[in-house]
Design a protein around this ligand. Structure first.
Ligand SMILES: [Zn+2]
Length: 231
């Protein structure tokens, strides 16, 4: 019998420019600088305790898969399953504090100019997801953007956590919890401001999903931008 191929969760299934274009060699950003996350790519940035990150949705249609890991202790990370337990619900709002897999506060939603529709249920897209949707060759994906963003600043990771899917619209409305995949309701120029409760490394992926309407009915993934701010 053929031996199963061993899955290596730290290794990307393909590549794009995410791996070549970190914001800096060590992921340290400049306060007040506006950084670009090109469509379909990811970027990592170090965020100090009590600093905030503002993430902008210039076109309004774009979902941001947001991850955070503790700087220097990468086995502790922002965890959606622990956050759902902490909040007692499956939707987030301004004022909420998202927690790690050790149930410690890590990311606080300080400001949100959008109608506030985000997702904390769905795993990020990956190579296997696009193959299931019918892609015949490699397709950019958020799991690989996460891996490449961290490889680009020399931070090793062992697995891909579930992301906080900013602006992703997954209404759960069926009697048995059935949900649907809908276009974002965010608008051009909307932003969300997130504050760090610990030193962490944030990774954002401009989700390259163009096979479902997750990034709008035009299925045209677009760029994101971000800035760092001191309290
Ligand atoms: Zn994605």
């Amino acid at each position: 019998m053929k031996k199963e191929e061993v899955y290596n969760p730290s290794h990307p299934d393909g590549q794009n420019n995410t791996i070549k274009e970190p914001i800096s060699y060590d992921g340290i950003g400049k306060i007040g600088n506006r950084y670009l996350i090109p469509a379909r790519q990811g970027r990592a940035v170090r965020l100090k305790k009590d600093q905030s990150i503002l993430i902008y949705n210039p076109e309004g249609n774009q979902v941001c898969d947001f991850f955070a890991i503790i700087d220097g202790a990468e086995s502790e990370f922002l965890s959606m399953e622990h956050t759902r337990t902490a909040l007692g619900r499956i939707y987030v709002k301004k004022g909420d504090i998202l927690v790690t897999n050790r149930r410690r506060p890590l990311i606080e939603i300080v400001e949100d100019t959008s109608p506030g529709v985000h997702d904390i249920l769905i795993a990020c897209c990956d190579h296997a997801r696009y193959q299931q949707l019918g892609a015949s060759s490699y397709h950019d994906n958020c799991a690989d953007n996460f891996r490449m963003s961290l490889m680009a600043i020399n931070v090793p990771i062992k697995h891909v956590p579930s992301p906080f899917n900013i602006w992703m619209n997954i209404p759960v409305s069926g009697k048995q919890g059935e949900y649907t995949w809908e276009a974002p309701v965010s608008r051009k120029g909307d932003f969300i401001k997130l504050a760090a409760h610990e030193d962490c490394i944030v990774v954002m992926s401009a989700c390259p999903q163009d096979m479902t309407p997750v990034n709008g009915i035009g299925v045209l993934p677009s760029k994101l931008e971000f800035e760092l701010e001191d309290l």
